[in-house]
Every structure is written in C-alpha cells, then in structure tokens.
Design a protein around this ligand. Structure first.
Ligand code: SF4
Length: 360
C-alpha cells in the first residue's frame, strides 16, 4: 500500500500527463478556513457578555459551513432563523479557488481566465457549491462568468478517469509535489489538522481554549459519544463551569435533531461541526466505493487510520504557507481583505408560489 505522499506524487504524474500544470493538496486552504473560523469564534465569544449562559446568546452556536449538503438544506428548508449562526467563512474548496484566481494569478502575472481550476472532492454537492453565484470571481467582457473553481471531480470520477486511460496507478512514477500551495515540509511529509472531515470542532476548540482560557491540549481531544457515534461532544470546564461546549454532528438524523433544538432555544453548544453525510466526508457520496467483500464501515476505518498515520499534525497558525499568504496578501485573520476574499453569504431560498400551493 502507498502512503499519502506517494499517492499525491503519483496523482501529480497522472494529472500532468493530461496537461495539468500544477497539482496542490487542499490542506493549506483548509488551514486558511480554520484560521478564519478560529478568529470568528473568538470575536463572537468576546462579543457575548457572559460565558455561562450560551442559550441566550444569539452568537451561539457558531456552525461550520464547509459542507454544501448542509448549507443547501439550511438555505432551502430552514431559512432565516438558522443562517446567522452559520459561519460566513468559505469552504476549503472555495478558498483555494479564491487564492488561485486572485493572489496566485497576480503573483505569476496571469489573468484569471487563463486558469482552468479543477478540484477533487468527496461528494457531488461540491459541484453545486462551485457554481453558486456567490463564488463568481468576475464576469468577462462577453458576459461569461469566471468562477473560483471551474470544475469539480469526485474521487470516484478520478478513479474512473485513471481506468479509462488504462493507467496502472501502482507502477506510475512519483513526481515532485507542487509546494506552492501544498502542506509538504522539507522532509516530504504532509502536514495538517486531525479529522477526516476538516477538523473544525477540534481546531477551533483548541484555539479557543488557548486564547480565552490559557489551556493547551497535547494529544487528541477526548470527544464523548452523546447519542450515537455520529454525535460527539467535547467540553472545557474552568472552576466547575462549562466554558466551552463543542460538538461534531454528522448525518441528517443528528442534523435535524440539533436544528430543532436551536429553533426551540434548547441548544447549549458554542460550536457545531455539521456534516450532512453519516461518518462525515470520508463517507461522501462521490468517494471510491468499497472493494468486493469490504464493508463501508471497514473502508471508512481504513481511511481514518491512513489519514492519521500519514499526516503530521500541525497548527494552521504555524503553517509557513498561511503565514506568507497573510503577510503578502490578506494582512491578518478577519481583516477587510480576508473577509472580501475568504468569506461569503448565505441566502434563504424563497419558495415559488406553485411549490407553496403544492404544500398547501
Ligand atoms: S459531509 Fe458529505 S455532503 Fe458534506 S462536504 Fe462532506 S462529503 Fe460532501
């Protein structure tokens, strides 16, 4: 079996054989998403007057926004009451698009329309995310929309592509990884955060505990299963009071449960990492299917193990790539520039009269 770095190196060879100029891992853009999310959480926390009655604070729970399955459901079904809770920070897919079409184009003296940017993602919903009007980078002189991400392939579609070209992936050469936007250190190790679905609850919790309460956690956080393995929470207590309460909430059953609690004022979490798929992104609908005889559960476990064994855990704030992007371009987390390029807006979808009549 190949390790994460070898697979990225072989994918680099494969894509470059098709004419692709550069292949990046999305960890650095995920780090930007996480930094902006951490900054937003601290701002919300400081703006709320009390730390012991989160139920009455409209700032909480802050809800992650990287899952387009969740966002689509929230906009279409939940509308205006839920949207203020959702973090405006773009997903890693859209952030790498914004980085490439803005900063990298400027740096390399290219025009955005000269770049065709394809992402590889675990689900089909990412294709819908990429075509949202909020992610149109500019409209050219002929009225053509230039989007941050031009096309999205699922991991399953990448496998189909490899097979359609009759390529034996196992014997492919390993090409040097493009380091401009990939989290690869001098020793050739991939670095990033814990968690197969982006590590939002984990990273924001650690940052908030450090910045607000001076608490550091060396190893993995102790998430406790609340209702089922797809709903887990972690808390920080100071002097007998719960000062931080975070949860990972995966799958629609848990999601519907938690939004009902928010609507009825019974949700006492500060932060929710919501993902529409049960087991999160590793189980996304566009992922490569299990082999014959392998259960979906076994495959997810294998992916989780492979990720944790191969990725060097590193603080997004210490990432040299994110540091240089802030130094050269974004100034600082939460700056006007960072908000312009890395944040977005959500919109309640107004039902048409005909669909309202159908429901009537
Ligand atoms: S949880 Fe599922 S729908 Fe949401 S981003 Fe991950 S793979 Fe896509």
């Amino acid at each position: 079996m190949f390790n994460y770095f070898q697979v990225l190196s072989k994918l680099t060879t494969f894509f470059k054989s098709l004419g692709v100029k550069a292949v990046f891992d999305t960890s650095s853009s995920r780090d930007l998403t996480l930094i902006e999310s951490c900054n937003e959480f601290i701002t919300r926390y400081k703006q709320s007057n009390s730390t012991n009655d989160v139920k009455s604070k409209s700032a909480f729970p802050m809800i992650s926004s990287a899952c387009p399955g969740w966002i689509c459901y929230a906009e279409k079904t939940l509308g205006s009451y839920i949207l203020p809770y959702i973090s405006p920070v773009k997903s890693p897919q859209q952030i790498i698009g914004a980085v490439i079409k803005n900063h990298i184009c400027q740096k390399l003296c290219l025009r955005a329309e000269e770049i065709y940017h394809v992402t590889v993602m675990p689900c089909y919903d990412k294709k819908l995310e990429a075509v949202r009007d909020d992610f149109v980078f500019q409209v050219d002189s002929e009225g053509e929309k230039i989007t941050e991400v031009d096309s999205v392939l699922t991991t399953g579609e990448v496998l189909d592509l490899i097979q359609s070209k009759s390529v034996d992936f196992t014997t492919l050469d390993e090409s040097p990884v493009d380091k401009l936007l990939s989290n690869v250190d001098e020793e050739g190790r991939i670095y990033g955060v814990r968690g197969g679905s982006g590590g939002y609850a984990d990273t924001v919790f650690r940052h908030a505990a450090r910045m607000l309460f001076g608490k550091e956690f060396g190893g993995p956080l102790q998430f406790k299963t609340v209702r089922n393995s797809d709903f887990q929470e972690v808390t920080l207590e100071v002097e007998g009071k719960t000062v931080l309460k975070f949860a990972q909430c995966y799958g629609f059953r848990n999601l519907i449960n938690i939004v009902t609690k928010i609507k009825t004022g019974k949700c006492n979490y500060h932060f929710l990492e919501i993902m529409a798929c049960p087991s999160g992104c590793l189980n996304g609908g566009g992922q490569i299917k299990p082999k014959p005889g392998q259960s979906a559960k076994d495959l997810i476990q294998l992916l989780e193990n492979t990720y944790s064994e191969n990725v060097l855990v590193a603080d997004p704030f210490e990432n040299p790539l994110t540091k240089s992007l802030y130094n050269e371009w974004l100034e600082q987390p939460g700056s006007e520039k960072a908000k312009r390029h890395l944040h977005t807006e959500y919109h309640p979808v107004v039902k048409s009269i005909s669909s309202q009549l159908q429901n009537w």
